[in-house]
Design a protein around this ligand. Sequence first.
Ligand code: NAD
Length: 482
Amino acid sequence: MISNELLPICVAGEWRLGGGDVYESLYPANGEPIARLKAASLDDVEEAIQGAQRAFATSGWAQKLPHERAAVLYRVAQLIRDNAEELAQKQRLDNGKPISETRALVASAAGTFQFFAAACETLEESITPSRGAYVTMSVHEPMGVVAAITPWNSPIASEAQKLAPALAAGNAVVVKPAEVTPLMALELARICEQAGVPKGQISVLPGKGSVIGDAITKHPLVKRVSFTGGTGTGKHIAHIAAEKMMPVSLELGGKSATMVLEDADIDHAVAGVLYGIFSSSGESCIAGSRLFVARPIYDEFLTRLAEGANALRVGDPASERTQMGPLITAKHRESVERYVALGVSEGGHIRTGGVRPHGEGRDSGYFYTPTILEGLHNGTRTAQEEIFGPVLVAMPFDDEASLIVQANDSVYALAAGVWSRDFKRAWRIGRAVQAGTVWVNTYKQFSVSTPFGGWRDSGLGREKGREGIFQYMEQKSMYWGT
Ligand code: NAD
């Protein structure tokens, strides 16, 4: 247990118990509570948003010069680094990822604040070509109160990805973390305050998405929602946004295709495909969960892949050696198990995995073995629906044209991977695949300076990149008579 006390939440700069129900955050590796808190109530939502509007109007944050806001955000990055190990351990307890992964997420959160601090102080506004006796320019203004709604799978990184650009742009931010992983958003808000972000500029409202998230989204003072989560929830938010004429960015689900061509470096591709699907227990929007392998190398590749999957160390997230931790909740593991059973009923067979591992301290946690399903075609539900767990559907392909058709045959279009030594083929396939991100001879690499987002049911808009800051600003054209 991190603390026996009920944890306070942050409402308009005040740290206090939420007005909602008491609930526990459980450690997925053993099902035991690690923190108890009172969720936000609808009154807390109202107070937080009114307070954010007040802070936006009066705290002076929006009026600071960009390099002044940047100085505070650089301090946030430094404070995250100063507290990195403590944050990584808390995030491990909150969502059960192996410590090696939570350390990387904390480092990424620090890098995100640093990047948007730099973006903020180097942003240029443009003078546009004049068509008369005037000077025209285009400038950007902060929006006011914006909301960040985040999922449970990479909390600190998702929250930093929204908070950093929203603050850099001068806004007040209301954060709604996933109910099961509330800790990192609260930690980030404390760090931001410590670094000099004015009180009230950030509120953190843990609680049920259908109540608290919904109320935030519908609130008339909220001028943008940046959402990361499931496609169903994203569509619901998009409907509300349409009514309010509110811009949204939606980072949603995926069922990403990984393609291994016959000339691929096999060692490299096996390692990359394993990492692409089984890191984070497959609980990753960009998990490479549909695998297409050229038929001439299919048998050899699958043998190597199954050996690799069996050799992954699944267990205690606190151990430096662990490669895969538990799933997030008992309920989510049951959903993954139902998908594996569906795969079998659709004519597939389990090449490896498909069970709960026992012993070595894993009996009371929500562990599941890395699983590879074969014998399914791309049209099956198992190959089409997002499982969000350590389950790979492997399929052979015969030629490049059919490969591209199958890779693109999905409602999702978030990411894809191509493994080949032939630069021209990899380029051709990479350009033909419809996806927000394509990795060639690598997978799941991330850079905050590179835009990220999905096509089709995988989302709307882009996060990261220098342009990421403009999501949180409105554009204004100014004409100056001469
Ligand atoms: P989810 O949609 O259930 O929840 C995400 C967030 O939305 C949570 O904070 C939740 O409380 C809130 N929410 C739920 N209902 C809401 C409503 N009616 N109104 C407003 N907010 C609401 O998703 P999840 O199970 O937490 O996360 C898993 C999903 O997230 C997967 O589909 C995964 O692919 C996706 N994801 C996408 C990305 C990306 O960048 N594209 C990254 C990580 C996760």
